[in-house]
Design a binder for this molecule. Structure first.
Ligand SMILES: *Cc1c(COP(=O)(O)O)cnc(C)c1O
Length: 379
């Protein structure tokens, strides 16, 4: 039995007619760049996230980049974030010619550890990007407090956390701006690239809107050095159909996650994801951790692969150790929790259509591997 990491075809089959009709509608109307479909989707997304504004852009990476620019980040500024995230989080900072400054993670949640923030703040620090990794919100209260105290913008990376809640509030609605990704494998995935900035700040919304269309409010009159970064109209029409199902899909993800966690808790050496009390996660990825030195993450991964079970590692190399950031001068040992996590985490198959039988199969293969390894005599 092959069990994929995610199954986009299963989702398409369940809503095929609605999706096909939406694509047809855009093609027949002939408006492919912005227009009423994008505007309607933006309005629905703002309502969904509980923000005043939502501006569709070309990707999650662009959402972060344009939100930082709109938040006033200038060359030479410093922006604090986590090293345990997808490269795009830090890339957006370097795209502004600003400097990423990393702080270590909380080992239980893999999210930025607020206790380590303040010593990293300098007169050049202008913003913090908390990432809600795997769909679990970062601990926002202390982050927002520190932001307020030092007058820093808080730009949430919500690429994996659309629909997740922190103390009953939607991820993305807590800071100055929330940045969403519609990359196909995210909770709300397009059939291509897409992204969005959600915000309560009319200034940020306006500047992102200007930046995404070549720095204009009115065509051919350019106010700012801009970009071509609009959310594609066909993608907006597709996403508008999918948004109606998002809460149901996220609820199914949470139920799949509870089943995994219940079964995996019985295996020694495997640590299922920890869920904070304040958190209602969107479970974009279901990520376990191997905590017994006799268990090897890459071996387990191979073992699962041989049985047709796809897994992956988000992320195998912390950003401070990436070649691209060599010039920042970090070295191994700088962020021990992030470096430990990169060796121990493993993301298992997770999508709303995943069946109980499939979950049981994944767990039984993990269980077999663990009992075999743990009973091996120590050499
Ligand atoms: C996917 C992702 C992004 C980037 O989104 P794209 O739409 O692929 O550009 C940014 N940050 C995180 C944490 C992500 O997972």
């Amino acid at each position: 039995m092959v069990i994929p990491l995610t199954d986009l075809k299963a989702q398409y089959s369940s809503i095929k007619e609605e999706i096909d009709a939406a694509i047809q509608r855009v093609v027949q109307q002939g408006q492919f760049i912005l227009g009423p479909e994008v505007k309607a989707f933006e309005e629905e997304m703002a309502a969904y996230c509980g923000t005043r504004f939502a501006v569709g852009v070309a990707s999650g990476t662009d959402a972060l980049h344009l939100a930082l620019l709109a938040g006033g980040i200038k060359p030479g500024d410093e922006v604090i974030t986590t090293p345990f995230t997808f490269i795009a989080t830090a890339e957006a900072i370097t795209q502004c010619n600003a400097t990423p400054v990393f702080v270590d993670i909380d080992p239980r949640t893999y999210n930025l550890n607020p206790q380590q923030l303040e010593p990293k703040i300098t007169p050049r620090t202008k913003a913090i990007i908390p990432v809600h990794l795997y769909g679990q919100p970062a601990n926002m209260e202390p982050i927002l407090e520190i932001g307020k105290k030092h007058n820093l913008k808080i730009i949430e990376d919500c690429a994996q956390s659309l629909g997740a809640e922190y103390q009953g509030k939607k991820a993305g609605s807590l800071g100055d701006a929330g940045c969403l990704s519609f990359f196909p494998a995210k909770n709300l995935g397009a059939y291509g690239d897409g992204g969005m900035v959600v915000t309560n700040d009319p200034g940020i919304a306006e500047v992102v809107d200007i930046l995404r269309k070549h720095g204009t409010k009115t065509s051919y009159y350019h106010l700012l050095p801009g970009f071509n970064s609009r959310l594609d109209t066909i993608q907006a029409a597709i996403l508008k159909v999918k948004l109606k199902h998002l809460d149901e899909w996220n609820e199914l993800r949470r139920r799949r996650a509870s089943l995994y966690t219940r079964l995996l808790s019985q295996i020694d050496g495997i640590e299922p994801p920890y869920v904070e009390e304040y958190s209602k996660p969107s479970v974009n990825y279901y990520t376990i951790r191997l905590k017994d030195s006799r268990l090897n993450r890459d071996e387990l991964r191979k073992h699962l692969g041989a049985k047709g079970i796809q897994t992956t590692v988000y992320y195998p190399l912390s950003l401070h150790l990436q070649i691209v950031y060599k010039s920042l001068g970090y070295k191994p040992g700088d962020f021990p929790q992030s470096e430990l996590a990169q060796e121990q985490v493993l993301s298992l198959p997770m999508y709303p259509e995943l069946s109980q039988g499939q979950i049981e199969e994944v767990v039984s293969v993990i269980s077999n591997y663990c009992s075999r390894e743990r009973s091996r005599p120590v050499a």
